[in-house]
Design a binder for this molecule. Structure first.
Ligand code: PLP
Length: 442
């Protein structure tokens, strides 16, 4: 079909889709017309189980009426008010609720509209802190190979994924990379690998030795690297990173855009690993994916240092977005966090995790499967590459959709991460459809 000559009312051409093969998609679109609980309905009437909580956004499942009602009521009450020099109750309530889920002393929350904005905000928060603290010479940032920190220019600068940066070479200077944590020594690992944690984390110390620890502003890590295909940090890794940061006065930023809000069975990865960062980014499940929203939380000391450094009545942090803390997003966030608490969803995720791990590991004997990594309700099922890296993954994602299951692939790794409302039967259904699709490609 020549889609350019198609009836304009049904044309797909005008929308330039993100992270999508536009030409291919528009030849054979996959449109979602409805979402409810664990399932989508596609435009041909097919039922599709959601194996990835959309993009790891919807722990409470799709189309929750409690969230829809809260947003509806909010839009009738106050549909929008400026976030600079004005406030509304929802911002403060949601900030308190988020702070309650974080470890002490992370009690200050700055609202943004996405994970990418959270990362750029965190970069600026780090700079503002060091400047206010009399350490403006800390201008170097440390990130990691295979890192995904969103797509704004700050996040691209920290990115360790080649496709996300090779087209956009004008990025922040002074970013150095640690090695990623997948060594290939421990394949089919359920939980944290046992080896090399301290050795890999010592990359940070090597950067301190090479560049001078006092020139490094912050290190950004995803506690579990998500978008690159679920790389679980080895035992001792996160702990050692924290130790080095403390030794050299470097701020530790956890990017919890995927791991935040229960994905690993604890509210945040920091509680699971027993390591508290200085700054933490989050988004996605903050509103159960219903309204775009992200946030950056920080320790008291960071907030107080930045705010105390400015003269009385002055704006302390020259940063913010028109839609920071949008009333509708706050209403969605409050309603989502209420559901998580009322239904004990983080606990449910923790309880389902062992069954989930066993079920996905059931695919290990398939000849197409190269590795499986799993923690909490998040796994990476990596297949051997086809003609070129990523091609088989793309094809599998499409085929799996028509086989009745949505799984987000990154390269050749399918990231299975169901909603926390999933039952064992849902997990079985997702894994069965994955296996069926593997068989089609074998
Ligand atoms: N950071 C991490 C760890 C992510 O996984 C993502 C998105 O997947 C982002 C940042 C960017 O979030 P967004 O797509 O909302 O900008």
């Amino acid at each position: 079909m020549d889609i350019r000559s198609a009836d304009r009312a049904n044309s797909l051409e005008e929308h330039w889709m993100p992270f999508t093969g536009n030409r291919d998609f528009k030849e054979n679109p996959r449109l979602i017309v409805k979402g409810e609980g664990m399932y989508y309905t596609d435009h041909k009437g097919g039922k599709v189980i959601d194996g990835s909580s959309a993009l790891f956004c919807s722990p409470a499942g799709h189309a929750r009426p409690e969230i829809a009602d809260a947003v509806h009521a909010q839009l009738l009450e106050n549909s929008y008010s400026a976030p600079f020099q004005l406030g509304h109750a929802g911002q403060f309530e949601l900030a308190r609720k988020v702070a309650d889920l974080l470890p002490e002393p992370m009690n200050h929350v700055f609202f943004v509209n996405s994970g990418s904005e959270a990362i750029d905000t965190a970069l600026k928060m780090v700079m503002a802190y060091h400047r206010a603290n009399g350490e403006g010479q800390r201008l170097r940032f440390v990130s990691r190979e295979r890192a995904y920190h969103g797509v704004n220019m700050g996040g691209v600068s920290l990115s360790g994924m080649v496709k996300n940066r090779e087209t956009f070479p004008v990025v922040m200077p002074n970013v150095v990379m640690m090695r990623h944590t997948w060594t290939g020594k421990e394949l089919f690992c359920d939980g944290r690998p046992q080896h090399d944690g301290v050795e890999l984390a010592n990359d940070l110390e090597r950067h301190c030795m090479t560049y001078g620890g006092a020139t490094i502003a912050a290190v950004f890590v995803e506690p579990v690297a998500g978008s690159t295909g679920t790389l679980v940090p080895p035992v001792g890794y996160i702990e050692r990173i924290r130790e080095i940061c403390d030794q050299y006065g470097i701020l530790l930023v956890f990017d919890e855009v995927i791991t935040g809000f229960g994905r690993l069975g604890a509210p945040f990865a920091s509680q699971l690993f027993g390591v508290t960062p200085d700054i933490c980014t989050m988004a996605k499940a903050l509103t159960n994916g219903c309204i775009p929203m992200g946030a950056v939380a920080c320790r008291d000391e960071i907030y107080e240092t930045v705010t105390d450094a400015a003269p009385d009545n002055a704006i302390e942090f020259f940063h913010g977005y028109t839609y920071s803390g949008h009333p509708a997003a706050c209403a969605a966030g409050i309603a989502a966090l209420d559901i998580y608490e009322r239904e004990g969803l983080f606990q449910k995720a923790a309880e389902l995790a062992p069954y989930f791990a066993k079920a996905v590991m059931g695919l290990r004997s398939h000849k197409l499967v190269r590795d499986i990594r799993t923690i909490g309700l998040m796994s990476g099922i990596e297949v051997h590459p086809g003609a070129a890296p990523g091609i088989r993954g793309q094809e599998m994602q499409k085929a799996m959709f028509w086989n009745g299951c949505h799984v987000k692939f990154t390269g050749d790794t399918g990231i299975v991460a169901p909603a926390f409302i999933a039952t064992e039967a849902h997990v079985d259904e997702i894994v069965d459809r994955f296996r069926y699709t593997l068989d089609q490609f074998a």
